[in-house]
Each structure stands twice: as structure tokens, then as C-alpha cells.
Design a protein around this ligand. Structure first.
Ligand code: MG
Length: 257
């Protein structure tokens, strides 16, 4: 099932994609019920939004085994976690804005997990039942600020400029998060390609680990980390993150006006 959040005729709603290019409106939010209404629209007539509104976003660093090996780093013994501010989140086709004071803005294609229910102290073997589904993410990062922050043992601003977390285009349910193909393209050229079987900390492990400390809420988003091949983006570029079973998240890059 593919769930979307969309705008049409001045209203915002959640919907489900149906055969033949139709989006069927849900009666409410997918975190409460997947009941559908009688209202539908051609998908081409609606504007897709980020599939979750202003979520709490938790990111994971250094989480692909091949990337850790190739950069000669020691595998972390605990997930290396940080947060991105909710104002970073944008939807498909919305522009990533390069801040005017930025020196090096990088794309990072990632699998994102959308939590489906209140989750506290869930064991790893039950963790995937707490997930609503999966979407594509771009963990856009201002690298100079990020590295300066990490030298001080913190990380927020380098990951949290407005527009630095494109999400979408859909939340796909029923996927096995340990066997998805992830591809990132910059201006049509492949820059990152990996299968999520290479994740050091699996989705189940991440959800279980976080829930030992904090209650996860419906709509919380966990970015699972990026593989090798990250690189800079500039105004005029277009970045696409594609994941099998989900689709393509496409965003242009513009300069701050
Ligand atoms: Mg990342």
C-alpha cells in the first residue's frame, strides 16, 4: 500500500494510491485508521506533500558496513544519533535551499522509517510491527558547520537548515526494510547505490534501541544513514533518491533568495 499526503483545491489530506493513477482520500490520518472515503482525485491533479507533517526526525550516522570499511573507520558500538529540526522537512519537487552562508552542502540518500504507533521499550523482534512504512529521504547536510559542531561533541545546525530534509513521495507499507535497493542520482547520474542489507544497525534494532529511552510517537521519522558516494550540491542541481518499492524523491536545488 502507498500512502500520501497531498494538497488539492486549497485543502490538505492523506490518501492512498490506487490503480490507474487515482488517489483515494482517507477519512483521517493513517496513524489512526486506513479507512478510505468516497473522495478521489487523479494523482496528476494533486500536489504531493511530505508524507508526514513536521515530524520529529532522528538521524543515524555511519550505518553502512561497506562505507565504514572503505573510510577505515571503527564501527560504532551504539547507533550514532542526532536530530534534525522539524522545519527541515519538505516534500517531493520542493526546492532544497542552499543557505547564503553555507560553504559545502551535501546530499545524502537514505531510507526513512515512519513510526506508526506509540512505542516504548519494544523488543527487537516486535519492533517492525510499530512501523507504519518507509519513505525516501535526503539528509542534506552543511558539512563545514557539521564538522565544527562534531568537534565540540554536538550536532544540530549543520543538519537543520530549513529544507534540509526532503521526504517522500509515499509511505510504502509491507516492505522488508533489510532488502531494499537505494539509488541516489545527481543531475541524472548515479552517485550512491546500495542494498539496505548492508545496514550495520537494522531498522528493528534502531526502533528497539530508541524506544528503550524515549516514547516514539506516530509519525516520528528515523533516517537510517547514508552509504558511500555523498557529494556537494549547488543551485541548479536536481537530486533524486530512489528506493525499490517506494519510488523516486526528486528535489531541485536553489540559492537562498
Ligand atoms: Mg545521514
Amino acid at each position: 500500500m502507498k500512502l500520501v499526503r497531498y494538497a488539492v483545491d486549497g485543502t490538505v489530506a492523506y490518501g492512498m494510491l490506487e490503480e490507474g493513477g487515482i488517489v483515494r482520500r482517507l477519512t483521517g490520518s493513517p496513524f489512526e485508521s486506513l479507512a478510505t472515503s468516497a473522495t478521489s482525485h487523479p494523482t496528476a491533479a494533486v500536489r504531493l506533500l511530505a508524507p508526514v507533517h513536521a515530524p520529529r526526525v532522528i538521524g543515524v550516522g555511519l550505518n553502512y558496513v561497506s562505507h565504514i570499511k572503505e573510510t577505515n573507520q571503527v564501527p560504532p558500538t551504539l547507533p550514532m544519533l542526532f536530530m534534525k529540526h522539524p522545519s527541515t522537512v519538505i516534500g517531493p519537487e520542493q526546492a532544497i535551499v542552499c543557505p547564503r552562508n553555507a560553504q559545502k552542502v551535501d546530499y545524502e540518500g537514505e531510507l526513512a522509517v515512519v513510526i506508526g504507533r506509540r512505542t516504548r521499550r519494544v523488543p527487537e523482534e516486535k519492533a517492525l510491527a510499530c512501523v507504519l512504512g518507509y519513505t525516501c529521504a535526503n539528509d542534506v547536510s552543511e558539512r563545514v558547520t557539521q564538522l565544527a559542531e562534531m568537534k565540540m561533541g554536538c550536532l544540530l545546525v549543520g543538519k537543520s537548515y530549513d529544507t534540509f530534509c526532503p521526504l517522500g513521495p509515499v509511505i510504502a507499507t509491507g516492505l522488508d526494510p533489510a532488502s531494499l535497493d537505494l539509488t541516489t542520482r545527481l543531475n541524472g547520474q548515479v552517485r550512491q547505490r546500495i542494498n539496505t542489507s548492508d545496514l550495520l544497525f537494522s531498522v528493528a534494532k534502531l526502533v528497539s534501541y530508541l524506544s528503550q529511552a524515549m516514547t516514539l510517537w506516530p509519525g516520528d521519522v528515523i533516517l537510517t544513514g547514508t552509504p558511500s558516494g555523498v557529494g556537494p550540491i549547488r543551485p541548479g542541481d536536481v537530486v533524486e533518491v530512489e528506493i525499490s518499492g517506494i519510488g523516486v524523491l526528486r528535489n531541485p536545488v536553489v540559492a537562498e533568495g
